[in-house]
Each structure stands twice: as structure tokens, then as C-alpha cells.
Design a protein around this ligand. Structure first.
Ligand code: ATP
Length: 822
């Protein structure tokens, strides 16, 4: 990507003759827009005036050419002719749609709105006009022009064949089509809407009545209760009682007996404050006045904000983060393929003969080593079958463990894993791959009730366990994951499974992805959902990050985001993002104080090894910092690598990534690096994986989601209405590069322009040339060359070679500098 931007700059400076295009310039749009608007308005008035004058003007129509003939229309003869044509001979009153559409077109042009939607407006407008004309034509009499000639004629025609009833029914049916297609009309929704309105009306009347009852009490209270609701008011009365009691309680100093305070069910936060304060005051009756003051101050403060929030919620409902994309539709399950299986939970073929054979072989092999078996049981999974054996008393477990290779040999199978003992079961497990493994489709895990009904914050359907159960984990609880596997063993499929699980469960307002893909192939599919689900740096063109410098900037930017989120959490007095968002939804956090709804941020790095090799500490430090601290504020990291060696997955990274996922790796050492134990080297590939989040290691078959399926999902999401741009991360200014600082035009050296000319004329970007030609000191020339680089005039430092000059000639330079100032 860096290459691309570097190349782009000089071309932008060349001024090529623009080819002719039908696209109007902004100025022409405004001119055309105003023309349409005026035309629309004129036509409207012409139509209005023709309502009374059309009969008189009939005579003038035939004599249009004669100058002395006058018409009664607002637009004189011209208007009379147009009105006659469009209303009388055309569509009657329904022709009013035409000036409206023309004015609307004018508005679209005038304000430079995208014209895409205008086409549908015209379609439905003309549809309405036709329908209106025919409907009005139904009531037309020879002497009036209600439906115009078109409406009347069509009516006559239809009536001749279907009679009046047929016409009425046809019109109703067409109206239903329009309502359904245009307004998504659904009878159930409409009923809900009506009942909601009725309820709110009812509530309104109730709230008017209640204050009257309270008039006898206290004037101030009544005024307040008029504004707030009935329950809020009664709560206040109760609080006042409590307050009096507390004050009374604290004054007589030696009264340690804790009086049972009445608990009258006020709102939760107010009750908490009082509960905690009362015993303290009662047990330690220090300076009485101070206690009084404290109790009152805290209570009042709480009360005010809570009451205000509750009133806001009552008036506007809870804050809904999904509202901006309220019509967003989640991807349907049908976008996923069942991969030849039934698409539901099952899909495993049981081969009885294979089971029996394996069992016999295991028993025989162990017998050869004088190990007796008390019991053996098989659990069939999608890829492997687990044989659980209970050895006879007195057999040492380590003995069986050591026989791993012998058992593998006798079963002549790859990928045998022995778990001795199975944690929490007291048995020994031998996992034997099935000769015909079944594919676990993403469709089957997404469709599973476990995933569909999951209440997790960030549920991920990884695949199925050995006992064929859908395995769903919460990324929010992990809270970060390390993924490793040799090439071709299913890592990319695994990443896609993670991302698509979240896409199936989360609204664009709730989660944002930061995607890092140095290989530039795996994650590019997600470009389509940039404005829905991706987050990026403010100055970057593409959301998917492929360039190492950008990665460093993004990681630092995420650290800034993390710090600012911590500040917000502190200000809101909550411990984590979940509580924060709940409080924000309940309108208890003021957006004017900087509070905002916080989406989860999931950072996915595909091929971490490349990054750490090129950038080392610069990448490691922010990742470690994020991994250590970001759990509470909703930033989660998923890092994948082909090479799980210790110089890639360093101690500090490993220590902060509790969740590990291993596909097949090539050596025991790699397995140890990723899982802290062997096992991953014995997997059979194609999505066979081990997952651990602490102690237990679970063998799973990763759900399979193919590239075309991911494409379909992103296509489905991408074609829907989106936010204006990707979610923007905070700006990060790299202090070392200085580029972003130096490109401030006003801070440039006074000789900057001269130097630029020298460099472009000579086509040689060296500081010593500037030094010589402009007679400047070395430091100043060096500073200027940095500024030239920031301005895109020369390329980066290339060691002993002179820098490349990116601007081909003086003309292009002029253009570039001119564009900068405008
Ligand atoms: N869960 C799975 N179920 C069935 N087959 C799978 C599964 N995962 C991967 N495969 C098969 O393995 C192939 C390689 O998978 P994938 O592209 O995910 O490997 P990778 O580890 O990402 O490789 P690389 O690192 O080279 O990109 C897939 O094309 C597919 O045929």
C-alpha cells in the first residue's frame, strides 16, 4: 500500500485534460437545480389556477399562435396549454404529482444529493399519478376533469370488462402492492403501532390525573410530580421520610442500636446510597453535622441525575445504538453452505466396522504390554473418535502414555492423541482419527440453538467438540486469543469463522474490526463492509491494514483509544464496558461530557510473524500493553501466525494471551510454544484443532466457511445502508517520523519553494545540492529536504543514494503547491 501511495502522488500533480463526462459540475448542478425548482413551482401554480379557469381557457388553446389572445392561467397561454395537456387531456388532479416531482428533482440537484434515490421517487410518483388518475376517473363525470382523460378512459375500459366492483377491487389491490413495497406495510406491525400509540395516550391521561390527587399535600411536590411521573414522585416522598429518619437517627449520639429502616422499594441506586450510609452514621456518630451534610449531599446528587435520566428514558425511551442503521438486516443463514451435509446438527456417518476394529486393536495392543482394560467406550466426533478406557486396577498411567507410538503403529493412523487421564473423568482417552472425517459446516454451528440463543457479549462458534456438540465461546471473556498453525491447516478458515460468527450476531453499531493483513489476500474480502464494521485511522484510505508502519500507528492509536475509554469508565464510575454501555443506554451519562456508546473493537492480525520480524519491539510493546489492559474496555485481540516460534510469540505476548488455538503445527516445540504442551503436532489438519483457555485443552473440529460464503455475507451486509465512513480511531502522531508535523504549510522554511524548484529542475533530491545552490547551512538544508519529503516532492531517504524526485517538472510542482494552499 505504501508503494501505491508513493506512486499516486506525482500523477496527481500532472494536469491532464479531463475527458468529457456527463457528470455535472457542482455549479451546473446548482443552476439546473434552481431551474427545475422554479419550473416545478410555476407548473404548480399554473395547475392551481387552471382549476378555475380551464373551461374559459379551452377556447384559447386552439388559438395559441395569436399574440392578442389572452388566457386566465397564471402562466397565460403557455400555462393554459400545459394544464390542458397534462390535466384535462392527461391525468386530472393526479397530474399535481408532476410539479412535485420536478421540484424534488430540482432540490436534489440544488443540494448536490445523490441521484440514485430519485429514480425510485419518480417511479413511485408516476405510479401514484396513474393510480390516482384511475381512482379519480372512477368518479369522473363528463363535465369535470377529476381523473383526466387518461383516468376516465381506462376506467371506462376496465368497467366494460369487470364492472364497477372489479375496478374498485383492482384499485385496492394495487394500493396494497404500493403500501407493502413502498412502506413495508405489515398488518401485525401496524397493529403494534396502533396499540403502542393507544398505550402512550392512556399513560398520558393517567399522568394528568395523578397530580390532582396530591394537591392536598405539598405545593412544591405537586409541581415536581407534574413534570415527572407518578412513581418518581412517590419515591421522592419516601426518600424525604427516610432522610428525616436518618438525620434524626444520627443526632442523639449514643444510639448504636440499628433501627430497622423501612425499605420502601425506591430505585436501586438511591437505596444503595442510603443503605450504606445509614449504618455508618449509626455506628460511628462522629461530628453529627458532618454526617448530616454527607448523607444529604450524596442523596441529592444521585437523586437529581437519576431522576433526570429516568425522565429522559420515559420521554425518549432508552438510547438505542442501533437506531442510526435501524433498518439493518442481519445476514440470513441461507448465505452459508451446508457443504453436502444436512445443514442441521448432525452429519456424521458412523462406521460400526471401523469402530469395532479400532477397539479390538487398542485392546490387543495394550494386552501385548500386559495392560488389562476394565471398560472401553467410544464417542464419535466429526473428525476423531474418542475411545475412553478404564484400565484395570494397578496399571500405571504413564505406562499407557508411553505407548502412544505403539498404539499409533498398530492402528496405522496419523494423529493419535492420548489424554491420560482425561481431566475430571478418571479415564484415559485415546483419540483416533476417523477414516472419513465429516466437514462441520459454519451453517450448522450458526444454526445451532446454542449459538442462536447465546447471551454472550461476543459469541464465537468455533466448531464442534469431539462429542459433536457445538462449541461456542465468548471472545469478551477470553479476552485475547493467539492462533497458530502450519500453512494450509485451516487458520484462515478459523479466522473467517470467528469474524463471521460475530457478523451473524452483532449489529454494526456494536462491534468494529481492525483488520491487519500483511499478506494482502486473506482479509481483503472484508473491504465491502468497511463502512459497517471496520475501524481505521482518520488519514488512511483503506481500512484493511497491510503496511507495517500503519500497523504501528494503528496499535498506538488503539492504545490512545484504550486510555480514553478508561477515562470514560472512570468518569462513569463503572468497572467495564458492559456496565458503561448499560448506563449510557439508560441515559445516565451525558454525551455533552464526552460520553458515547462504546462499540467492542476486535483487532485481528493475520500473520503476526511477518510483523514482529520487521518491526520487533515497536509492535510488541503496544500489543502487550493492549493485551494487559484492554479487557475491561472492550478491545480484544486475535493474533494468528504460521510460525509459533519463541521469537514470534515472545514471553510477554504469551503471558497476556490466555486463550490459545492451535491447528496442526510441524513440531512438538511449536506445539509447546503455543499450547505449553504437546498435542498440536499430532493433529490431522483441515481444521482439526486444540483450544485452551487455561488448563483444559479441548479438541475441536473448526467450522468450515469457504471464501464464496464469506463473500456472500460481506456482499449482503455491504449492499445495505452504511455509516458515512468507517469507524474512526483516534489520530496518532508518530513523533519519530515527523512527517505529519512537518507537512504543515505555514511552518515551512522560507526557502522551501526555492529548494523545491532546485530539486525538481535538477531531478535530484539531495540536501547538499540545496545547500550549494541556495547557500544554506547543512542542518537547514536537511530540514528542508524532510519538508520536501512530507510534501511528497521527494521520496524517502535511501542511504547513500540521492532521494528520488517524485515531481516530474515545474508545471506539476506549481500545481502541487497550488493545490495545497486551496
Ligand atoms: N474446518 C475445516 N474443515 C474442512 N476443511 C478445512 C477446514 N479448514 C481448512 N480446511 C481445508 O484446508 C485448506 C486450507 O485451509 P486454510 O486456507 O485455512 O489454511 P491456512 O492455515 O490459512 O493456510 P495459509 O497459512 O497458507 O493461508 C482449505 O482450503 C480447506 O480445503
Amino acid at each position: 500500500m505504501a508503494k501505491r501511495t508513493a506512486k499516486r502522488k506525482p500523477t496527481s500533480t500532472k494536469k491532464k485534460k479531463k475527458p468529457f463526462s456527463w457528470k455535472l459540475s457542482r455549479q451546473n448542478q446548482i443552476i439546473l437545480g434552481s431551474l427545475f425548482m422554479l419550473l416545478g413551482i410555476a407548473l404548480f401554480f399554473s395547475f392551481v389556477s387552471s382549476l378555475s379557469s380551464w373551461e374559459i381557457d379551452q377556447s384559447t388553446i386552439t388559438e395559441l399562435g395569436r399574440r392578442e389572445v389572452q388566457a386566465d392561467n397564471a402562466l397565460n397561454k403557455f400555462g393554459a396549454a400545459l394544464s390542458d395537456f397534462l390535466m384535462h387531456k392527461g391525468f386530472g388532479l393526479a397530474a399535481f404529482v408532476i410539479p412535485i416531482l420536478i421540484t424534488l428533482t430540482g432540490l436534489y440537484y440544488f443540494f448536490g444529493l445523490t441521484l440514485k434515490k430519485l429514480v425510485s421517487k419518480w417511479f413511485w410518483g408516476l405510479f401514484l399519478m396513474m393510480w390516482g388518475s384511475i381512482a379519480l376517473g372512477f368518479f369522473s363525470e363528463p363535465g369535470n376533469a377529476l381523473g383526466g382523460r387518461v383516468g376516465t378512459e381506462i376506467n371506462d375500459f376496465l368497467q366494460d370488462y369487470t364492472g364497477s366492483l372489479g375496478v374498485v377491487l383492482t384499485l385496492i389491490f394495487v394500493l396494497v402492492i404500493a403500501l407493502v413495497r413502498l412502506f413495508n406495510f405489515a398488518p401485525d406491525k401496524s397493529l403494534n403501532w396502533v396499540s403502542a400509540r393507544l398505550n402512550s395516550l392512556l399513560r398520558f391521561f393517567q399522568s394528568i390525573e395523578l397530580p390532582k390527587i396530591d394537591l392536598s399535600r405539598n405545593r412544591q411536590e405537586v409541581e415536581e410530580s407534574f413534570e415527572s411521573t407518578a412513581d418518581l414522585k412517590s419515591e421522592e416522598v419516601e426518600l424525604n421520610h427516610l432522610e428525616e429518619e436518618v438525620v434524626a437517627e444520627t443526632r442523639p449520639s449514643p444510639a448504636p442500636a440499628p433501627t430497622p429502616t423501612p425499605t420502601p422499594t425506591p430505585s436501586p441506586s438511591t437505596s444503595v446510597t442510603l443503605d450504606t450510609e445509614i449504618p455508618a452514621a449509626a455506628q460511628a456518630p462522629a461530628p453529627t453535622d458532618e454526617v448530616d451534610f454527607k448523607v444529604e449531599a450524596v442523596k441529592e446528587e444521585k437523586e437529581e441525575s437519576v431522576i433526570k435520566a429516568e425522565k429522559l428514558v420515559k420521554d425518549y425511551g432508552e438510547y438505542d445504538p442501533r437506531l442510526e442503521l435501524g433498518k439493518y438486516q442481519f445476514p440470513p443463514i441461507k448465505l452459508l453452505d451446508s457443504h453436502g451435509l444436512d445443514g442441521a446438527e448432525g452429519g456424521i456417518t458412523i462406521n460400526k466396522a471401523e469402530l469395532e476394529e479400532n477397539k479390538n486393536k487398542i485392546v490387543a495392543t495394550l494386552k501385548n504390554y500386559k495392560i488389562g482394560i476394565a471398560q472401553i467406550k467410544a464417542t464419535i466426533g466429526p473428525t476423531v473418535t474418542l475411545y475412553e478406557i478404564v484400565p484395570e486396577a494397578g496399571v500405571r498411567i504413564s505406562k499407557i502414555k508411553n505407548l502412544e507410538d505403539d498404539i499409533a503403529l498398530s492402528l496405522s493412523a496419523l494423529g493419535i492423541r492420548i489424554i491420560a487421564p482425561i481431566p475430571g473423568k478418571g479415564t484415559i482417552g485415546i483419540e483416533v482419527p476417523n477414516t472419513k472425517p465429516s466437514v462441520v459446516s459454519m451453517r450448522s454451528v450458526i444454526a445451532s440453538t446454542k449459538f442462536q440463543k447465546s447471551k454472550m457479549e461476543l459469541p464465537i462458534a468455533f466448531g464442534k467438540t469431539i462429542s459433536n456438540e457445538t462449541f461456542v465461546v465468548d471472545l469478551a471473556k477470553m479476552p485475547h486469543m493467539l492462533m497458530a498453525g502450519a500453512t494450509g491447516q485451516g487458520k484462515s478458515v478459523g479466522l473467517n469463522a470467528v469474524i463471521s460468527s460475530l457478523l451473524y450476531k452483532k449489529h454494526p453499531a456494536e462491534v468494529k474490526f481492525v483488520l491487519v493483513d500483511p499478506k494482502k489476500v486473506e482479509l481483503t474480502l472484508y473491504n465491502k463492509i468497511e463502512r459497517h464494521f471496520l475501524a481505521k485511522l482518520p488519514d488512511s484510505e483503506e481500512a484493511i491494514i497491510t503496511d507495517t508502519t500503519k500497523v504501528i500507528h494503528t496499535l498506538n492509536s488503539l492504545c490512545i483509544e484504550m486510555d480514553s475509554r478508561y477515562e470514560l469508565l472512570k468518569g462513569a464510575m463503572v468497572r467495564n464496558i458492559k456496565e458503561y454501555n448499560q448506563k449510557f443506554k439508560a441515559r445516565r451519562l451525558n454525551p455533552e461530557e464526552g460520553h458515547r456508546y462504546l462499540p467492542y473493537i476486535v483487532l485481528v492480525i493475520d500473520e503476526f510473524a511477518d510483523l514482529i520480524m520487521t518491526a520487533g519491539k515497536e509492535v510488541e510493546t503496544p500489543i502487550a500493553r493492549l493485551a494487559q489492559l484492554a479487557r475491561a474496555i472492550g478491545i480484544h485481540l486475535i493474533i494468528a501466525t504460521q510460525r509459533p516460534s519463541v521469537n514470534v510469540i515472545t514471553g510477554i505476548i504469551k503471558a497476556n494471551f490466555p486463550a490459545r488455538l492451535a491447528f496442526r503445527v510441524t513440531s512438538k516445540i511449536d506445539s509447546r510454544t503455543i499450547l505449553d504442551g504437546p498435542g498440536a503436532d499430532q493433529l490431522i489438519g483441515r481444521g482439526d484443532m486444540l483450544y485452551t483457555q487455561g488448563n483444559d485443552v479441548t479438541r475441536l473440529q473448526c467450522a468450515f466457511v469457504d471464501t464464496p460464503e464469506v463473500e456472500q455475507i460481506t456482499e449482503f451486509i455491504g449492499s445495505q445502508r452504511a455509516y458515512p465512513e468507517a469507524h474512526l480511531l483516534p489520530e496518532y502522531v508518530d513523533e519519530n517520523s515527523g512527517t505529519s508535523i512537518d507537512n504543515i504549510v505555514s511552518e515551512r522554511d522560507s526557502k522551501f519553494r526555492d529548494a523545491a524548484e532546485v530539486v525538481v529542475t535538477a531531478q535530484q533530491g539531495s540536501a547538499s545540492l540545496i545547500q550549494r545552490k541556495l547557500k544554506l547551512g547543512y542542518n537547514r538544508a536537511g530540514r528542508i529536504i524532510d519538508q520536501l519529503e512530507a510534501a511528497g516532492i521527494v521520496g524517502p531517504f535511501e542511504g547513500s543514494k540521492a532521494r528520488q524526485v517524485l515531481v516530474p517538472d515545474m508545471y506539476s510542482l506549481e500545481q502541487l503547491l497550488e493545490n495545497e494552499t486551496t
